[in-house]
Design a protein around this ligand. Structure first.
Ligand code: SF4
Length: 173
């Protein structure tokens, strides 16, 4: 896997425009205390910045779904790399685009995280290691100047194959 530059796969909420708090819908129930539509800012978001006003008490207040959420670093990448630090509050029209972007990029980052973990923790034979590297490369296209590159078939085909490949590694787990 010589020329692949992995993106940051750890969420950095301080570099993000709280995209998960906008992009995902909530359904009142076990994980969330309220209903919320896709692409709608959570009412618990601060009006002054992109912080959660109930972060310290999320689980107690019925938002355990937020506690267990992990964007695998897709949020700050979308905000900083693909929208150059812009945000949906200053430019309202971006709300839809940033929502779509997180929906596109989170599965890519999640898959990368799983592949990297598999490589690091499982005693994989060379053929599986090579396949792992091929998938990681496909999910990190070197010519990705915009997020639209990630909608192309080579990336999406790799993404679709990742769960099948990971299941095939169960004998090494
Ligand atoms: S999308 Fe990721 S980086 Fe952004 S606020 Fe949510 S968890 Fe944090």
């Amino acid at each position: 896997m010589s020329s692949v530059t992995l993106p940051d796969l750890t969420p950095d909420c301080t570099s993000c425009a709280a995209l998960c708090c906008v992009a995902y819908p909530f359904e009142k129930g076990d994980g969330f205390a309220i209903d919320k539509d896709v692409g709608t800012p959570c009412p618990n978001l601060s009006k002054d910045d992109f912080r959660c006003t109930i972060h310290a008490t999320l689980a107690k207040r019925g938002f355990g779904g937020c506690v267990s959420y992990d964007c695998a670093g897709a949020g700050q990448r979308v905000t900083q790399e693909f929208f150059e630090g812009e945000n949906w509050r200053d430019v309202r029209l971006l709300r839809r685009d940033m929502t779509d972007a997180l929906h596109l990029m989170r599965p890519v980052h999640e898959a990368l995280l799983l592949l990297v973990e598999a490589k690091k923790t499982l005693p994989l034979p060379p053929s599986e290691t090579a396949q792992c590297d091929r998938l990681i490369s496909a999910l990190c296209p070197t010519d990705a100047n915009s997020m639209h590159r990630f909608t192309e078939p080579d990336v999406q085909d790799a993404l679709e194959y990742v769960p099948i490949f990971l299941r095939s590694l169960s004998p090494f787990a």
